[in-house]
Design a protein around this ligand. Sequence first.
Ligand SMILES: Cc1ncc(COP(=O)(O)O)c(C=O)c1O
Length: 247
Amino acid sequence: MPVHLYGQCADMDSFGRIGDEFKVAIIEDAAQAFGATWRRSRAGSLGAAAAFSFYPTKSLSAYGDAGCVTTSNPEIAERARVLRVHGSRQSYHHQEIGWNSRLDAIQAAILRVKLKYLEPWNEQRRHCAALYDRLFADAGLISAPAAPPIGLLETQPQAHHIFHQYVVRARRRDQLRAFLEARGIGTEIYYPIPLHLQACFTYLGYAEGDLPQAERAAKEVLALPMFAELRSDEQQYVVTAIADFYS
Ligand SMILES: Cc1ncc(COP(=O)(O)O)c(C=O)c1O
């Protein structure tokens, strides 16, 4: 289950090879990747099925909880349709146990309107991301002679990244975050606790130190303000504040 994190597709060439080798279906977590592509194919069409989230913080967001599944496999589509309405094909007849996962009509109506704006919003986000990259370079924050205080995340050439989030890796991340908050700049950490250290997964028997890359990422990542209407002077304010912190 590849996660297209922050709006960039996971390396789907590698996942394709894993799927072929082990004969397993690839299910995409496309919650953050509306409009993202891998080798020009859309997130949501790259595996056997995909799940999207319309949670209010998402790029294509409803006014409450909502989501959808995409697939081009008729059997999976049929099964998903049945499971979303209590395992029922015909009212009051239940072949299996499912859920109530119907999409409210009011949410669907909101999403239909917002969908028209998705492409321009994504383009604006990409524009904002490119400007952040430039501002960080100009401020000398990513190319210091010793270890630079800010690390930008890699963008793969095969991927069309839609920057659901603009995330950097930051030295002294938690102090930086508090400093930015005092200047009125909201940031977020996606995600502070790696999965193997979540309480709900203790039964798997992992301990701190078992997955050092994930643990390091959890201590360094910081999501900066990112939304389609973000202005260039606001981005400059963010990067200046970060430069002040490290000066
Ligand atoms: C990558 C990812 N997967 C899954 C989810 C879960 O989405 P939902 O809360 O709509 O089920 C989210 C949303 O928070 C997400 O960002």
